[in-house]
Design a binder for this molecule. Structure first.
Ligand SMILES: [Mg+2]
Length: 184
């Protein structure tokens, strides 16, 4: 019941208050603490809320503030996607086991550094569905800035949130999005 009304509220926000925008999320070091989930072998098992592990004793812990941030973005009109350089099946199984698959509308996760191309692909896919999102309405969170030259050159002037570095935490990320995208 509660979920239903929350969905309705989100729908209302998406429909009238905020023009569509896109949140792209890196995973390693941005959504969870592990820096390379492609080196961690599934099957993973749940170790508690926001924590999974593999059979070799490796533990992956989600940053709770990252989850809250993504939920907040969705409540404020964001279409959400992963944008990660990882084996897709490893990342998907981790999201599944963590129970947070529903945070994302799309997944642009592949074992390739060409994040600019995957972002272009998603923008084209959305455009084909009638959702034209300009680069200025794309926010991208990553703990590394190594993809930004390609993205600026080939996609344009997106809102890059270099998390834990120029952007110290997810509260600061919200403030930047409020100022540059939501316009409050
Ligand atoms: Mg990363």
């Amino acid at each position: 019941m509660e979920e239903h009304s929350e969905n309705q509220q989100n729908q209302a926000l998406r429909n009238r208050k905020v023009a569509p925008w896109l949140l792209m999320m890196d995973l390693d070091g941005a959504l969870w603490d592990h820096l390379d989930i492609s080196t961690v072998s599934p099957p993973y098992h749940r170790l508690g809320s926001g924590k999974i592990g593999d059979n070799n004793g490796t533990v992956i812990t989600v940053f709770p503030e990252a989850l809250e941030f993504i939920r907040w973005c969705r409540e404020n009109g964001a279409i959400t996607s992963t944008l990660s350089w990882n084996y897709k099946e490893y990342a998907m199984e981790a999201l599944e086991k963590l129970g947070i698959m529903d945070l994302f509308d799309y997944h642009e996760t592949e074992f390739s550094p060409a994040k600019d191309q995957r972002l272009l692909q998603l923008l084209a896919e959305l455009r084909a569905k009638g959702l034209a999102i300009p680069p200025e309405r794309v926010a991208y969170v990553d703990d590394r800035d190594i993809h930004m030259d390609d993205i600026r050159r080939n996609v344009g002037n997106i809102v890059f949130l270099h998390i834990w570095k120029e952007v110290r935490n997810y509260q600061e990320a919200r403030n930047i999005i409020r100022a540059r995208i939501i316009g409050e």
